[in-house]
Design a protein around this ligand. Structure first.
Ligand SMILES: [Zn+2]
Length: 249
């Protein structure tokens, strides 16, 4: 999985540092000839986007009852707020020291970012927005916690993030006097769906543990639209075939 991290770092989506993809990797997007249906053809490095059998996102359905242990969230505050518009999403890079533990396995929170509308769907239902909390263990294995946002009352956590959203692709800000805690983005009841998947952006690397919170939180229509307009349209990869994978609950 180490090679995954290195490749991903070049896309600028996962790790701190130079977040804009300029100069690294092959350009990709969400529409036209650089859109999701062509990702696997854009570069040899993206081949698994097309050939992979464990791709994300998925439609969550046909569930397998399982004895999933709770995710233990140990998120500390992060400050200053380190936020970047990488041209594909708005990403907040998280200060070191925040973790989740699941199945006695600990993953460090690296960053969270957003998609409108949601990437994963549940029984065919799409949500107004989805956030991805991206974690890695000490060997570079990735675990993503997905939070679904349904349209409803404005979300104060999202307000705090959007207040400093960089408007231009490649723009990065450090806001000294803002403190965030990603715990404030989680639903209060934290049961989840679990499946094996991939990054939802090129290079679409597989071997990612996915945990999607069952209970949505809310985002207002205006908040979702504000994000969508800054990013320049929808940034959701369509759902991918589930193939032989079980989806656990
Ligand atoms: Zn994502």
């Amino acid at each position: 999985m180490k090679t995954t991290i290195i490749t991903v770092a070049c896309t600028g989506l996962l790790l701190t540092g130079t977040a804009f993809a300029g100069g690294h990797g092959t350009h990709w997007g969400y529409t036209g000839h650089e859109g999701p249906e062509f990702w696997g053809n854009l570069s040899n490095e993206y081949a698994v986007c097309k050939s992979g059998k464990n791709q994300a996102p998925i439609n969550i359905g046909n569930l397998t009852e399982s004895d999933l242990s709770p995710i233990a969230f140990h998120y500390s505050n992060t400050s200053p707020m380190d936020i970047v518009n990488n041209g594909h999403t708005i990403q907040v890079n998280y200060a070191p020291g925040s973790t989740i533990t699941v199945d006695n396995h600990t993953f460090n929170l690296l960053q969270f970012h957003f998609h409108t509308p949601s990437e994963n769907t549940v029984d065919g239902r799409s949500f107004a927005m989805e956030s991805h909390l991206v974690h890695a263990d000490k060997d570079g294995n990735l675990a993503v916690v997905g939070v679904l946002f349904e349209e409803g009352p404005a979300n104060p956590f999202i307000d705090a993030v959007w207040a400093h959203m960089p408007g231009k692709a490649g723009e990065k800000k450090q806001i000294a006097d803002v403190t965030l805690n990603a715990t404030d983005m989680l639903p209060s009841e934290q049961s989840y769906y679990r499946f094996n998947g991939s990054l939802t952006t090129p290079p679409c690397s597989e071997g990612v543990r996915w945990m999607v919170m069952k209970n949505p939180v809310t985002v207002s229509k205006a908040q979702a639209e504000q994000f969508n307009s800054v990013i320049g349209g929808n940034n959701n990869r369509p759902v991918q075939p589930v193939n032989a994978r079980p989806i656990l609950e």
